[in-house]
Ligand binder design. Structure first.
Ligand SMILES: [Fe+2]
Length: 198
């Protein structure tokens, strides 16, 4: 979705002035989320499953993470450029290039991870205590390396359909779902709402 917005802004030669901050917050959340997601796979998930599911192409997936990281760097540079009032067109071109590269890699990347790794985890019969420990370690590491929470939490929730969102919400502390996201943090993340799902 963001890439269409960038195309539109490039056509106009200007970033939507009315909601510039919302778009920047959206890109910032996207970038932080994707970076954190890959970090936990590289450092926790892949090492954990390497012996248990040896056929997964871990090396290739980690190489793709590096390519995505380079693309995210372009997006981050574009965000800094716009926040420091540099040439707007330069930043928009960085967004387009970064998002374009990610767009190419993303779907095939996720397909491999899902089909060769995540859907097979159930068949390993890992005991639930061990599974909870792994999930907790993963979410702690993710939280340490992403932020700010008032953008990341709504970004995760509102990139999902209402049905999937309800499932995801169960993994969040109750206070985040009932108080922080809808009330305390609302003003901070509301500007990026046009780029999220309802
Ligand atoms: Fe990945």
């Amino acid at each position: 979705m963001a890439i269409q917005n960038v195309d539109e802004f490039l056509e106009k030669g200007v970033l939507e002035t009315s909601n510039r901050e919302g778009f920047l917050k959206f890109l910032q959340s996207f970038s932080s989320f994707v970076e954190g997601h890959h970090l936990v796979e590289d450092e926790k998930v892949f090492p954990y499953f390497m012996d248990k599911l040896p056929k997964v192409p871990y090396k290739g997936l980690m190489d793709q993470h590096k390519e995505i990281e380079a693309a995210l760097q372009e997006i981050n540079n574009g965000i800094t450029g716009l926040r420091t009032q540099k040439d707007e067109l330069w930043s928009l071109k960085l967004f387009k290039s970064g998002l374009g590269q990610i767009d190419e890699i993303w779907q095939p990347h996720i397909r491999i991870e899902d089909s060769q790794l995540y859907t097979l985890v159930g068949s390993l019969k890992i005991n639930s205590k061990e599974m909870i420990r792994l999930i907790n370690e993963v979410s702690e590491l993710f939280q340490e390396h992403t932020g700010p929470p008032y953008l990341i939490a709504p970004f995760i929730l509102y990139n999902l359909s209402p049905e999937d969102r309800a499932i995801q919400a169960k993994g969040f502390p109750e206070i985040v779902i009932e108080q922080l996201v809808p009330i305390d943090w609302k003003d901070k993340w509301a500007p990026m709402q046009p780029y999220l799902l309802k």
